[in-house]
Design a protein around this ligand. Structure first.
Ligand code: PRT
Ligand code: ZN
Length: 286
């Protein structure tokens, strides 16, 4: 038998594009024709299953797929036994309670004895129990936002990203109950040879993620301020210093996290840095 692992990714929806982008950035090539439900990589021992996101936690816990990429909201709601290997940083959203805009909201007690429509009965049920609120959970599978206006429920609990869907439906967000992003999940009983392939994949994902959160910085500086500048952008081991054609000046090359770059930019300029270039990094292995 050929030794390949299987990963379940969403076929089409909010997770698909970023999931496949991450895999491509890891240098993994595959054919993804429309309507295809399965595909094998041509340069990495991995096979893709394209599924509805609702089915991904179950396929991974049953071992039909070894890995999966799914939103934490779906994972927790489905309550399947899997291992979460890594947060992937995309498809960020929150699960929130919302009520009609015109209603006064005194606090979570508002929901006592009320009807709440949601596609996430488990997460909502757990939250209400923790808050000691007795409410009726009305499970529906879609278009949750219209439930109050058609008299189906007094409030809703749904995924919010920008908030514009709530606004368009005359609702306001009153409690954030769960934060979610895409995660890489794995079956709990992977064979050792599968774990080795998963490790290789994780190594690549880490290199891509590190690269994304860091930038390559090049700048020119007068030699007398080099010590100060090196202390501001110390880089991985230490920065590269190259002499400029103009005497008394050097070019400094280093790596810095994007956040730190913005924090240090003023100090760099005060120290005499000029001609500062910030360049994206594709992959980073330290
Ligand atoms: O067909 P399949 O079952 O695979 O897909 P799906 O329709 O169930 O899910 P899909 O593709 O809509 O979302 C997949 C995952 O993306 C979700 O499980 C979340 O983890 C994540 N995600 C991120 C979102 C959103 N952002 C999001 N905005 N999922 C849904 N929404 C919807 C939300 O339901 C609401 O209708 O967008 C609306 C709110 O968006 P805003 O920007 O108006 O607030
Ligand atoms: Zn779904």
């Amino acid at each position: 038998m050929e030794k390949i692992i299987r990963i379940a990714v969403q076929k089409s929806g909010r997770l698909s594009e970023d999931s496949l982008k991450l895999i491509k950035e890891c240098g993994i090539k595959f054919y993804n024709g429309t309507g295809k439900l399965k595909s094998t990589s041509t340069n990495f021992p991995i096979e893709f299953l394209f599924l509805r996101d609702d089915d991904i936690p179950g396929y991974v816990s049953d071992g039909v797929a070894d890995l999966g990429i799914v939103g934490e909201n779906e994972l927790v709601e489905k309550n399947k036994e899997v291992e979460t290997l890594k947060k992937l940083g995309f498809s960020k959203c929150r699960l929130s309670l919302a009520i009609p805009k015109g209603e006064k909201y005194p606090g979570i007690d508002y929901f006592e004895g009320k009807n709440i429509a949601t596609s996430y009965p488990k997460i909502l049920g757990g939250y209400l129990q923790k808050k000691n609120i007795n409410a009726e959970i009305h499970e529906i599978s879609g278009s949750v936002e219209i439930a109050p206006s058609i008299g189906l429920a007094e409030g809703i609990c749904d995924i919010v990203s920008s908030g514009s869907t709530l606004m368009m439906n005359g609702l306001k967000e009153v409690e954030e109950i769960f934060n979610s992003e895409a995660v890489l999940i794995a079956n709990k009983d992977l064979a050792d040879w599968k774990k080795e392939i998963v490790e290789k994949l994780l190594f690549r994902i880490n290199a891509v993620q590190k690269g994304k959160s860091n930038k390559y910085v090049l700048l020119n500086a007068p030699n007398e301020s080099l010590d100060k500048i090196i202390s501001l952008i110390p880089g991985m081991r230490s920065p590269t210093i190259l002499p400029l054609a103009q005497k008394g000046w050097s070019s400094v090359h280093s790596v810095i996290s994007e956040d730190q770059f913005w924090e240090n930019i003023e100090e760099l300029r005060t120290a005499g840095a000029e001609g500062i270039l910030v360049v994206p990094i594709e992959k980073m292995v330290i």
